[in-house]
Design a protein around this ligand. Structure first.
Ligand SMILES: Nc1nc2c(ncn2[C@@H]2O[C@H](COP(=O)(O)OP(=O)(O)OP(=O)(O)O)[C@@H](O)[C@H]2O)c(=O)[nH]1
Ligand SMILES: [Mg+2]
Length: 242
């Protein structure tokens, strides 16, 4: 399958540490106030807004209305029983709005680079979009997706030609490749579920790492036998309380 072939994060399953942490409700801040920021970039009219609208509103508009600057949508999920939200930033592809849009790139956990599978030039520009988005983000900390839209408009023969190039690029930039259609809805839900799952997993793993040997959710007990703050600070002042 295309998706699998191009997937760099070839994972069918959640990381077992993540699964256990969710079962034991040890996901720390994830599930309480964790929101992952997703930015969607790419040439004008490739279908970024339609993609977000298909998923968030189950709507499709045939008429092109350029995004001016940015728009955003929040979408709430539940992953492995834990609430998790995505903040989806839809940016403008038009050159004249690019500089407003790029001010919103910072702090992205996921970068989605969109191209039109019927427009080779838009795939050619993907690298530039990525470069611009990475200027504002830590490249080691983001998940990348390369997404071909408007699959409904291409014949299988046309599609397989551009697919080769898209897969090659995806492998090179370490992105996961998806092809979909906002008109028919093909692969749209699956794609956003995938973003949510990978972002969630990365967040939980980061929480687990941050907590080190201590388990997230563990309570630190202070009791009368402990060498507690009160005793220690007193000790510093005088030797009378040992
Ligand atoms: N057939 C077909 N048309 C699509 C699809 N997705 C988008 N379109 C059409 O492509 C045009 C541009 O779509 P938008 O989603 O507005 O493009 P955009 O990338 O947001 O453009 P900017 O906001 O200017 O950057 C519109 O006329 C859409 O109806 C699709 O999957 N299939
Ligand atoms: Mg738009």
């Amino acid at each position: 399958m295309t998706v699998k072939k191009a997937a760099v994060h070839t994972k069918d399953e959640f990381n077992s540490k993540v699964k256990t942490a969710c079962q034991e409700q040890r996901t720390g801040t994830v599930g309480r106030f964790k929101i992952a920021k997703v930015i969607v970039v790419g040439d004008l009219a490739v279908g970024k807004t339609c993609l977000i609208n298909r998923f968030c509103k189950d709507a499709f508009d045939k008429n092109y209305k350029a995004t001016i600057g940015v728009d955003f949508e929040m979408e709430r999920f539940e992953v492995l029983g834990v609430p998790f939200s995505l903040q989806l930033w839809d940016t403008a592809g038009q050159e004249r709005f690019k500089c407003i849009a790029s001010t919103y790139y910072r702090g992205a956990q996921t970068i989605v680079i969109v191209f039109d599978v019927n427009d080779v030039a838009s795939l050619g520009h993907a690298r530039q979009w990525l470069e611009d988005a990475l200027k504002e983000n830590d490249p080691t900390n983001v998940q990348l997706f390369l997404v071909g839209t408007k699959k409904d408009l291409s014949s299988p023969a046309q599609y397989s030609q551009i697919e080769q190039d898209a897969i090659e690029l995806a492998e090179e930039i370490k992105a996961e490749y998806w092809a979909l259609s906002s008109l028919t809805g093909e692969n749209v839900r699956e794609f956003f579920f995938r973003i949510a799952s990978l972002a969630f997993e990365a967040n939980v793993l980061a929480e687990l790492e941050k907590s080190g040997s201590r388990h997230i959710g563990d309570v630190i007990k202070i009791n009368s036998n402990s060498n507690n703050v009160y005793a220690t600070s007193k000790k510093k002042q005088s030797n009378c309380c040992q």
